[in-house]
Write a new protein. Structure first.
Length: 137
């Protein structure tokens, strides 16, 4: 499962992900999965947001290979438990899936990496800047 998208949540952050082309959507939004190294970036971004906005942002921590996802606005409610996000059988994490408004910034096509908004192919310099694998053309 090679990454086939660069996704963003609410227009913040850019993260490499795999999105099933025929897969589920959550209220129309993408449901991405991430490698361990990429979900570490998502967790770091989330925690940086929490540091800035502790009353309005989630936070996360690691417990071995499991991400513990806390939602402070619900922590005081009876029966609240943080989400435990474990890697699936492919070692990928479905973090923020079915919960956050993920959408594509760009996607991999047969022709190359394509801007998801304009449909234009990304220039090689942009592909390199994003750390995306070069595609055979």
């Amino acid at each position: 499962m090679d990454d086939n998208h660069v996704v963003t949540v609410d227009g913040h952050g850019l993260f490499r992900a795999w999105v099933d082309p025929a897969g589920d959507r959550w209220n129309g939004w993408l449901v991405p999965s991430f490698t361990r190294s990429e979900v570490e970036k998502v967790v770091a971004w989330l925690n940086s947001q929490y540091a800035l906005y502790p009353d309005g942002s989630d936070r996360a921590e690691w417990d071995g290979d499991t991400v513990i996802h806390h939602t402070p606005m619900y922590e005081g409610e009876p029966g609240y438990h943080p989400w435990r996000v474990e890697p699936d059988e492919h070692g990928r994490y479905w973090f923020g899936a079915m919960n956050w408004t993920w959408y594509a910034a760009c996607q991999r096509t047969a022709a190359g990496w394509q801007n998801a908004t304009t449909g234009e192919l990304l220039p090689r310099a942009e592909v390199e800047r994003l750390g995306l694998p070069a595609l055979q053309q």
